[in-house]
Design a protein around this ligand. Structure first.
Ligand code: AMP
Ligand code: GLY
Length: 417
C-alpha cells in the first residue's frame, strides 16, 4: 500500500509513524511533511499543498489511502474531490466537516439532537449581539463561528470586554470571514478532556481519553497556544464521566449524524468540559488533535491502517480495538517567544540520545541537519507504567535534546484541581 498523509506537524509525524507499522504499507508520503516525516524508513516528503495538487499526486502515484491531518482542507471539501475520482480518503466530506467549520452549525446540531452543551445564541449582526450581551451574566464566551486556527474563542470577564470582542470579530474582522457569524455562549468552569474517536456514520468508536495543556505558562497561565503538552489517559475521565459522555454526548451525536443523512468515515474529536453539573461538549473537531494524537496513537495496540479501512468499509461495528493500559506523556519543546514572535533556523542536537519517541513538529531537514522551523518544534513522547512514570521519562528526554531558545512547560501532566 502507498499512503498519503496531509499536513506538516507533530500530529502528522505521529500518524506517519503509526501507519508505517502496518506490514502492507510500503510507502508513506507526507505532504508537505517536516524533518521527521522525511526520515521515517518508509517516509518521503512531497512539497505540495492545495486540493488540486494533492489530488493530481494521489492519482499519479496510485495512492491507496489518504489521511488528512488538519481541518482547513476538510472544510474546503478535499474528501468530496478525492471521492469523485474514486480515491480512498479518511475524513469528513464537506457537509460533515461543517461540524468543525461552523460553530453556529455545530451548536444548532447539538441542540437539535440533545447533546449536552453550554447555552448559546448565534448572531450575524453586531448590534443585535451587543443588545443580547447586555442581558448576560459574566464571564461570557464570544466565538467566531468559522475556522480561526484555534484563536477564535474570547473569554470575556465583563461587559466592556464582550463589546470589544464583538467589535474585533464582526467589525474589525480580525478573523476575516470566520467572524461573519458569532456564537455567544455561557461560560463553563471545569476541567477539560479530549476524546478522539472514529466513525463510519453507523457507529462511533471512542479512543482512549487525553488531556491537552493549552496555555503557554505553567499552572495554565498566559496566552493560549496550539498545545504545550498532553497526557493519556486523562485522569479526570473517570468511569462516571465516561458514561456521561457516552449517553449525553456521543450517542446523541451519532443519532444526529444518521438523522442528517451524513455518510462519511472519519475522526470526531470531542472537546469536553467536566464540572459538578456534568459533562458538556464544547466543540467537535473533525480530525485528530495536535498534540493529542502524539499520546493516543502510542497507546493504540491495534493496527491503525486496518482500523481506518474498516471505517471506510462501514465495518467499525466489528472492529476490535485494543488499548494499552499504560500512560503516555507528550512534552512540547517550543521556540522561546512562542506563541508570539520567535526565531527559527537553529540546529537541533541530541535527538539520538532520547530513550523514547521524539516527533518532529516545526523543524526541517536541511543538508541532513535538523533546524528549528516553527513555534512548536519537537514533541517528546514517552509511554510509562503510569502517568508519573511516563512524565519522568518524557522530561528526561526533554533535557537531552538541545536547540537555542528551547523552552517547555515543566508541569505537563500535573493536575491542579
Ligand atoms: P473551542 O474552540 O470551542 O473548543 O474553544 C477553545 C477553548 O476555549 C476550549 O478548549 C476552552 O478552553 C475554551 N472554551 C470554549 N468554550 C468555552 C465555554 N463555553 N466555557 C469555558 N471555556 C470555553
Ligand atoms: N489540541 C487541540 C486541537 O488539536 O484542536
Amino acid at each position: 500500500m502507498k499512503l498519503l498523509v496531509v499536513g506538516s506537524g507533530g500530529r502528522e509525524h505521529a500518524i506517519c509513524w503509526k501507519v508505517s507499522q502496518n506490514k502492507n504499507v510500503e510507502k508513506v508520503f507526507c505532504a508537505p511533511g517536516n524533518g521527521g516525516t522525511a526520515t521515517l524508513p518508509k517516509g518521503e516528503n512531497v512539497n505540495i499543498k492545495g486540493i488540486d495538487e494533492l489530488l493530481a499526486f494521489a492519482v499519479k502515484e496510485n495512492i491507496d489511502l489518504t489521511i488528512v491531518g488538519s481541518e482547513e482542507l476538510l472544510v474546503d471539501g478535499i474528501v468530496d474531490k478525492f471521492q469523485e475520482k474514486g480515491l480512498k480518503i479518511f475524513g469528513p466530506d464537506k457537509k460533515a466537516a461543517l461540524l468543525e467549520g461552523s460553530k453556529a452549525y455545530a451548536k444548532d446540531f447539538m441542540k437539535k439532537y440533545g447533546v449536552k452543551t453550554a447555552a448559546y445564541e448565534v448572531f450575524t449582526c453586531p448590534e443585535k449581539a451587543k443588545e443580547y450581551i447586555k442581558t448576560c451574566e459574566f464571564p461570557l464566551v464570544v466565538k467566531a463561528s468559522g475556522l480561526a486556527a484555534g484563536k477564535g474563542v474570547l473569554i470575556c470577564q465583563n461587559l466592556e470586554e464582550a463589546m470589544k470582542a464583538v467589535d474585533e470579530i464582526m467589525v474589525d474582522k480580525v478573523f476575516s470571514s470566520a467572524g461573519e457569524q458569532i456564537v455567544v455562549e455561557e461560560f463553563l468552569d471545569g476541567v477539560e478532556a479530549s476524546i478522539l474517536s472514529v466513525t463510519d456514520s453507523k457507529v462511533i468508536l471512542p479512543f482512549i481519553s487525553a488531556k491537552d495543556h493549552k496555555k503557554i505558562g505553567e499552572k495554565e497561565t498566559g496566552l493560549n497556544t496550539g498545545g504545550m503538552g498532553t497526557i493519556a489517559p486523562n485522569p479526570y475521565v473517570t468511569k462516571e464521566v465516561y458514561d456521561a459522555f457516552i449517553t449525553g454526548i456521543m450517542n446523541p451525536t451519532l443519532e444526529g449524524i444518521k438523522a442528517e443523512g451524513m455518510n462519511f468515515a472519519g475522526v470526531i474529536f470531542f472537546g469536553l468540559m467536566i464540572n459538578e453539573k456534568g459533562v458538556y461538549l464544547l466543540e467537535y473537531n473533525m480530525r485528530m488533535g495536535d498534540p493529542e494524537t502524539q499520546v493516543v496513537l502510542p497507546l493504540l495496540e491495534s493496527d491503525f491502517v486496518e482500523l481506518l479501512e474498516s471505517g471506510l468499509e462501514g465495518k467499525l461495528d466489528t472492529a476490535d480495538v485494543k488499548w494499552s493500559s499504560k500512560s503516555a506523556c507528550c512534552v512540547v519543546l517550543a521556540s522561546g517567544g512562542y506563541p508570539e514572535a520567535y526565531k527559527k533556523g537553529y540546529a537541533i542536537t541530541g535527538i539520538e540520545k532520547a530513550d523514547n519517541m521524539v516527533f518532529v513538529a516545526g523543524a526541517k531537514l536541511e543538508n541532513g541537519e535538523l533546524l528549528t522551523n516553527g513555534g512548536r518544534v519537537l514533541n517528546v513522547v514517552a509511554v510509562g507504567d503510569n502517568l508519573e512514570d511516563a512524565r519522568a521519562k518524557a522530561y528526561a528526554d526533554a533535557e537531552k535534546v538541545e536547540f537555542k531558545d528551547k523552552c517547555y512547560r515543566k508541569d505537563i501532566g500535573v493536575l491542579y484541581r
